[in-house]
Design a protein around this ligand. Structure first.
Ligand code: NOJ
Length: 751
């Protein structure tokens, strides 16, 4: 961990250290359970169903208060005014018969006011500490207005950048997502849920949502049980074990069963296998949407299926409250099932300390945008930036550069750089690259700004000539392109991932000036930018970087910070390659990169499949950039990994030592990655799987010997008999700077 992070951790933790309480001893848990039982004994069925009912806030406070007074509401989402929150809470505590506090919820996904990079960007940092800090800061800011529950982290594995929600998750990899998900849960929930600055996390969307067919939101998935268990469930299991207070079901149906009615995942896996003790909330109206799915005939059947499957709280569609009394009379739902759901909900309310401390301090000084919060957001943005290309060491910009042309629709777009899910973010507080660059370079560099296009989808080419004129006067061109924030996120999927509007034309015109062209992409997903990369001398990729994106990028461009981000998912060359991801299974005919591509096939060539492999005639096999890829201003050399043993048993821990040397001229940080391949299995296995990673700060010229420890038990997978275990045999192992580099060493696992 570097110095900046240490300082930030210290500042952020000092801010809430007074309230931290350690883990509750079992006795306290017993006390909570007794209190829950005492409440349940006194509650009417309606009051129990009220606890299971989450509504969205609306302006008329009298109506809201009446519902709460009657005990019909357990949680409210989207109320962020502390005065109203206290007023509503007072009704729940003092005017409802049972005096049960409300849980106030909000989507606080990558920051409340201080916006961090989108989660996909945070994943590019490969730094769980910065993710934890981001979630902690989000919790501190959100809880200061009375929010005690967020719907994050989103830990859906997705291998499809067409899916708009790719922005909200940690990318394509199961292990990286598991690590980041746990960090996020820890950050939101702090040392104890009982701390007033802690907010309950919600692991979502359970499960498989990232695999929606065609990358089209809300679509169906067809994930086999083995793939579910090997790829999609592990991040959720890790979140459950890290204590995530709640889980949210997903919108998709998997193999015909909507998640909100899927008792296999909600009961057998989540409750029985993992021992989850928190509660499950549906997604927005996903209970009643089972009617649209054609999985329930009406609201009553939808409520029945969701309750019996194990969904404890219903978000906004109100079928539980209305339909359950008759379902109980008809013996379609048992009252004991309702009691179980209410127990789980009350347990979290007790753990949050809401019964003792339901109100927020309305008069507390505002802690939004604290300097330590902004510093952490900047550090996160710096660590999220990926250097994809740097020909002739175009970057960092040299002191000899006296005139710079700043162009492109994302150079000064304070709203757009915040990214998706920023209900509470404020563009007035955003620092854009243009403003930050001017501040950083002062009068030493002349900055000429011409956006060229007004926004990312702009098709009006009139401004391009002006941008080219500015570029012609400059020593270096900095072109900021990408996507507006509304082009990614929920319900915002794309079938075409090329740059929108006339951005490609803008870059082409700029490249023709012959001036060094640095392209900075700010987007919510990997875009297909093969041509634009070719035309640029250097390319930085910054997933929407949030409030402090401008200063982060300015420092990287001028070499005050060195890029260290790595791609958290594979970048396709063209959309037709999707799904393209590094840990695909081995096929019977793996591509070997000697394939004959489209233009090399003779006319009237005879048909043959002999010697052919799994690839596209027009796009080959390789992606534009593989998973884990990212350059630095320096270079790193890896020594061959040295293993503690070459024959190991399941109970053993493999130690992998490797040398890494900074062979260039900049102090920098490298993300060292350890991959493993199980060569032969009872089912086909991925060609590689990430098993460990670490950020390694190295001074220019410094060489260090480092070590990964890998328990052999972590090589387990769900085998042909759907049993979880390690299979004996040969394994390959790599330690490298991305998923495609390095040479392998091998070891054996024996029984
Ligand atoms: C629907 C989204 O799918 C979910 O992620 C979000 O938390 C809820 N709406 C609440 O806003």
């Amino acid at each position: 961990m570097n110095k900046v992070i240490n300082i930030i951790l210290l500042i952020v933790s000092v801010a809430f250290v007074g309230c931290v309480q350690g883990d509750k001893p079992n006795k306290e848990n017993e006390v909570i359970e007794k209190k829950i039982e005492a409440l349940i004994r006194k509650m009417t069925l309606e009051e129990k169903l009220g606890q299971m009912n989450q509504i969205t806030s609306y302006p008329n406070i009298e109506d809201l208060s009446n519902l709460i007074k009657k005990g019909e509401v357990g949680s409210i989402l989207n109320e962020i005014d502390p005065v109203r929150i206290n007023a509503l809470q007072r009704v729940a505590m003092e005017e409802s018969r049972m005096g049960i506090p409300l849980m106030m919820a909000r989507d606080v996904i990558h920051g409340f006011k201080t916006i961090f990079p989108i989660p996909l960007g945070q994943a590019a940092s490969f730094n769980p500490d910065i993710v934890e800090i981001g979630a902690r800061i989000a919790a501190i800011e959100a809880s200061s207005v009375g929010i005690r529950w967020t719907f994050a982290p989103m830990i859906d594995i997705s291998r499809d950048p067409r899916w708009g929600r790719i922005a909200e998750g940690f990318g394509e990899d199961t292990y990286l997502t598991s690590v980041m998900g746990v960090a996020s849960v820890k950050g939101y929930q702090g040392d104890s849920l009982n701390n007033p600055s802690s907010i309950a996390a919600c692991a979502k969307h359970f499960v498989g949502y990232g695999a929606v067919e065609g990358g089209r939101d809300y679509n169906s998935t067809y994930i086999s049980e083995r793939q579910l268990r090997n790829v999609f469930l592990p991040p959720f299991e890790a979140a459950a074990k890290a204590g995530s207070a709640t889980f949210m079901t997903s919108f998709n149906d998997n193999d015909g069963v909507p998640s909100t009615g899927n008792s296999f995942v909600l009961k057998d896996v989540l409750r029985k296998e993992w021992g989850f003790k928190g509660f499950v909330v549906s997604d927005w109206a996903s209970v009643s949407e089972m009617i649209s799915h054609g999985f329930a005939a009406d609201a009553a059947e939808a409520a029945m299926k969701a309750i019996n499957a194990g969904v404890d709280m219903e978000m906004v569609s109100g079928t539980y409250f209305k339909e359950t009394p008759q379902l109980i009379q008809q013996y379609k739902v048992k009252e004991s099932t309702i009691d179980e759901a209410v127990r789980d909900i009350l347990r979290i309310k007790f753990m949050l300390g809401l019964f003792d401390n339901p109100y927020v301090d309305e008069k507390a000084p505002c802690i939004f945008y604290e300097p330590s919060h902004l510093a952490a957001a900047k550090q996160a943005a710096i660590e999220s930036v990926i250097l994809l290309k740097n020909e002739k060491q175009t970057l960092p910009i040299k002191s000899s550069v006296k005139t710079v042309a700043v162009v492109g629709p994302m150079a000064d777009a304070p709203y757009e750089q915040l990214g998706t899910w920023i209900f509470d973010g404020e563009k007035e507080h955003t620092q854009t690259p243009l403003v930050a660059i001017k501040e950083l370079v002062g009068s030493s560099v002349h900055i000429i700004y011409e956006s060229g296009l007004a926004y990312s989808r702009d098709n009006n080419t009139q401004g391009i000539a002006k941008a080219v004129a500015a570029a012609s006067k400059a020593d270096v061109i900095l072109a900021f392109v990408g996507e507006e924030s509304i082009l990614s996120g929920e319900a915002h999927c794309l079938a075409d991932l090329n740059l929108q509007g006339k951005q490609s034309e803008l870059l082409e015109a700029l490249s023709k000036t012959g001036k060094p062209l640095v392209t900075v992409v700010m987007a919510g997903r990997p875009l297909t930018i093969e041509k634009e990369v070719e035309q640029s001398d250097a390319v930085l990729y910054s997933f929407h970087p949030g409030t402090m994106g401008g200063p982060a990028l300015a420092e990287i461009l001028w070499g005050e910070a060195v890029p260290s981000g790595k791609t958290p998912m594979t970048f396709p060359k063209v959309v037709g390659q999707i799904p393209v991801y590094y840990s695909h299974n081995t096929t019977g005919r793996p591509a070997n990169r000697t394939e004959v591509l489209l233009h090399n096939i003779p006319v009237e060539a005879g048909q043959t499949s002999l010697g052919c492999t799994s690839f596209y005639l027009d796009a080959g096999f390789d992606p534009l950039y593989p998973f884990g890829y990212g350059l630095s201003y320096t270079t790193f050399h890896y020594g061959a990994p040295v293993l503690s043993a070459t024959e190991l048993k399941e109970k053993d821990v493999l130690t992998v030592e490797f040398e890494i040397e900074n062979t260039g001229n900049y102090d920098a940080t490298e993300v060292a990655q350890l991959y493993v391949q199980d060569k032969v299995g009872s089912v086909t296995r991925p060609v590689k799987e990430l098993k460990r990673f670490m950020r390694v700060p190295l001074k220019a010229g410094e060489k260090r010997t480092l070590r990964f420890e890998l328990p052999i038990s972590e090589l387990a997978f769900w085998n042909v008999d759907m049993k979880y275990g390690v299979e004996p045999g040969e394994f390959n192992l790599w330690v490298a700077g991305d998923s495609q580099s390095g040479s392998s060493v091998s070891f054996k696992v024996v029984l």
